[in-house]
Design a protein around this ligand. Structure first.
Ligand SMILES: CC(C)(COP(=O)(O)OP(=O)(O)OC[C@H]1O[C@@H](n2cnc3c(N)ncnc32)[C@H](O)[C@@H]1OP(=O)(O)O)[C@@H](O)C(=O)NCCC(=O)NCCS
Length: 186
């Protein structure tokens, strides 16, 4: 196995997770229009590292061509997508999560539910030692989503933001298995 490959893959290709309001399912080709509508918004793209802005049809098609890899899930609500999330196993036993929600759907608890489901699922695999996440320091809402789940700050760095075309101060966070168990044990 090459160095660049994770030593395990957390999710099977078709795996679906359920939260109280959402279904986290694989992306499908038919999601192209929704992706454009939801991501081609500055307030969404500019808070992520990798989303380009403007976000065009060719960006959406290129993304959908790649997502057969089991690293991304769409957030489906009432049968249409409202956002997305990603989960990247690392060779060290760490697991990195990310999420975004389309602006019309903010403040309904979607990101919190999504992140909680990813945490549960990641730690269900005994090999997961810790989960990492992060947020741009000018995005405190995302910071609070992580904080409420028990993530702790571990350091700051400059991360390149594709939409802004510059580096942005970024707070890295982590949730170790021990911290998670301490929160979830009776
Ligand atoms: C940051 C982001 C993911 C938050 O998504 P969200 O679905 O709105 O998050 P939640 O609804 O779980 O929580 C957001 C706030 O809504 C509140 N909320 C949740 N459900 C609510 C409800 N039913 N009514 C009112 N408020 C509610 C939460 O308490 C939280 O409040 P706080 O910010 O004061 O702590 C979203 O704004 C986003 O995608 N932004 C652009 C991309 C991005 O930032 N991605 C994350 C990169 S790290």
């Amino acid at each position: 196995m090459g160095d660049h490959l994770p030593f395990f893959v957390m999710f099977t290709q078709s795996e679906v997770l359920k939260t109280p309001q959402l279904t986290l399912r694989p992306f499908e080709k038919r999601d192209v229009e929704r992706l454009i509508a939801l991501i081609n918004q500055w307030d969404v793209a500019s808070m992520t590292a990798g989303m380009p802005f403007p976000y065009t049809r060719s960006h959406a098609i290129a993304f959908l061509d790649r997502v057969s890899l089991p690293h991304a899930r769409a957030l489906a609500f009432d049968n249409f997508i409202v956002g997305g999330c990603s989960f990247m196993p690392r060779a060290t036993g760490d697991f990195e999560i990310g999420y975004w929600v389309g602006k019309p759907y903010w403040r309904r608890g979607f990101a919190s539910e999504c992140a909680a489901a990813l945490v549960e699922r990641a730690f269900a695999d005994f090999r997961t030692r810790r989960i990492t996440a992060g947020f741009f320091v000018d995005n405190p809402v995302s910071g609070r989503v992580q904080h409420r789940l028990g993530f702790n700050p571990i350091g700051r760095s400059e991360v390149f933001c594709t939409a802004r075309g510059c580096f942005v101060q970024t707070q890295a966070t982590e949730l170790t298995r021990a911290q998670w168990q301490a929160r979830t044990s009776p």
